[in-house]
Design a binder for this molecule. Sequence first.
Ligand code: UD2
Ligand code: MN
Length: 356
Amino acid sequence: MPMKVSAKARYLALLICVQLMVIVLMYREGSRRRVAYLIGILWKGGISPTGLHSNASRAGDVYLNLSLITRPLGGENELLPCPAASPYLGGPIQVSFPKELTLEEVRRRNPYVTSGGKYKPPDCESSHSTAIIIPHRNREVHLKHLLYYLHPFLQRQQLNYGIYVIHQAGNYTFNRAKLLNVGFKEAMKEADWICLFCHDVDLIPEDDRNMYTCEKNPKHSSIAMDKFGYKLPYRTYFGGVSALTADQYMKINGFPNNYWGWGGEDDDIASRIYLNGMMIVRPDVLLGRYKMIKHAHDKGNEENPKRFNLLAKTRRSWKDDGMNSLQYVLLSKQHLPLYTNITVDIGSERGLRRAT
Ligand code: UD2
Ligand code: MN
């Protein structure tokens, strides 16, 4: 019996040695990420594929630097331009979703945010202005958490900004892209926003160096989400959080209005970008990190079975379907303390008068 055990032990030791040698070889061959991932699995979450655990442990409170931002004594008249890089950035952000959080608390912690969820740095003149457009229905809890993180995140970046929530009225099938078109149009009526960020309500940025400013090409920001193991799921992926200048938005005729239900609209937008001679740019994968608040598929946003047929036609349809064909009925516009709420009847597939 003792002989048998030691033979087993020797066999096991040999097996471990071989595995270690393979790991060392792979490491030397340059497959470091894969090896780190392997070790991570062996150690049950010890090391992440991106090696970012060190960052995560440095993650700080998103409100940490806000108390440093104050209005200078001389008033607003003599503000100097903001520096190229904001001194308030802190890098990785700690994200959690406490049930007891209230909008009142968010409001209290953001004293410089003005009516409609607008903000300008009190201590310098920002050359950036960004409108955040959030398509929404029945996700009030997600919205509360997003506002809690987004306001201080944007203030740390020293941006002029405004937050717009585009609320689809009625129970008819959800239409994310059409709501974003409404958001673009209504936001541009209020100010000449330089940059428009189309933002899912359930995505929380995890690093404030992921700048909410626009580039020479449309930008996809949510490239590393926890939901996809902090990796880009596919090359032309454009869902979640993306940014376009007003010119870029109009060049592609905005977004499609005819994707009702879940899926496909983000790929249509990506096609529009390439069809118009532009490309998708992205932040560094270490910075474009997001947590998605866990959720099930919403009632009224079922998978769109027509999406593949629609996608096959984008090349022909983009010119006629978009900002130039957008129709909706604005039901209300409220300048709430933390955001501008736009409630809109976007109708149904059959037209404007059927949204019930
Ligand atoms: C993915 C994309 C999203 C979009 C969608 C397909 C990511 C992170 N996001 O999201 O950008 O392309 O697929 O349409 O990959 N919403 C409501 N109420 C509803 C339904 C949707 O407010 O009843 C809004 C909300 O802002 C939400 C967004 O629409 O975040 C996208 O819907 P989702 O979160 O259900 O879909 P998801 O996570 O698969
Ligand atoms: Mn989601």
